[in-house]
Design a protein around this ligand. Sequence first.
Ligand SMILES: [Ca+2]
Ligand SMILES: [Ca+2]
Ligand SMILES: [Ca+2]
Length: 368
Amino acid sequence: MLFHNDGTGHFTEVSQKAGVSDPRGYFGLGIAWFDYNDDGYPDLYVANDSTANFLYVNQKDGTFKEQAFPLGVAVSEDGAEQGSMGVALGDYDHSGRFSIFVTNFSEEYNAFYHHDGDHFTDVSFKSRTAPSSLPYVGWGDAFLDYDNDGWPDIIVVNGHVYPQLDKVKLGASAGYRQRKLLYHNRGDGGFDEVAAKYGSVLTDERVSRGLAVGDIDDDGGVDVVNQRSRRLAAAPPKRTGGARRLADGESEGDSAEHRRHRRRDHPSPRAALRQRAVVQSGTSYLSQNDMRQHFGLGTGKTVDSVEVLWPDGMTSVQNNVTPNQVLVIRQPSKRGPIGLVRGALSQFAPRQQRELLLLQEVAELLAS
Ligand SMILES: [Ca+2]
Ligand SMILES: [Ca+2]
Ligand SMILES: [Ca+2]
């Protein structure tokens, strides 16, 4: 169902008219709104359970065209329809484009679609995320830079749908309760599954479904909320120093090979850190991430430039921004002088305020 906001406190259901009504009745479980082709109009990805996924490309006239097959994001690399649940978007390689990570059923791998520019390529095996996902039924997933090195990592929560699996074995699948997966981004297109480094909070077996990420305590480290089947959501205890030690390259569990890769991949942290994120409504699986965007800065001491692309196509830029802060950026007014009147309004008595607002309305009418 697509409900169009009329802008008057009312919505109209437009699925058929817009071309997203899914007449074949596929099993949509996860969605992601994002402007995949940067034409200024949001497109819609739908993860369908046991059926091919959809990518509805915005035609800029109120309608969409479903193009998941030609764009390479409908099925697995070998053409299998997968049991898709969660969807996450991330510019994990600093290309400025959003790649898609989709969680799937057990004995299928989680699909990782790299955004190549004009289409997507399945990099699930190339990125080394596929093999570790095979025993698990994946649900919520997210890109998150948990070690603040500037390279988005991936977290996936798992759990089967059949409680009977506590007693019987089903193929290569893990049991009803399943561990989580945490993939550390190596910066070379590859990922290492590192959940065991962060203790039982990630490796204990649970029946997980929803997942949301955000900096709950505003300490600069991104936190994770996991919702379990038939349970209230629970946030894991505050992160220990483990993640920070990893970022500093001092973790005991860090192999020489990992350290070598990190040095090779981050010869110049300033040059490496050009990041992009999208504010999304409705994320992961039945969940909502913090709408504030979190950027790890590695060893960077300052942010050269923060650019915001607003929904109406306007762009605003802030230069030389200090790290380690929650930065609030408001969209600049398109009507410069009138915006100034609004900002200064509180200095006036209520009656004068009303008169000024009236003047402003007249000025806006004249300007338009
Ligand atoms: Ca678009
Ligand atoms: Ca990272
Ligand atoms: Ca935090």
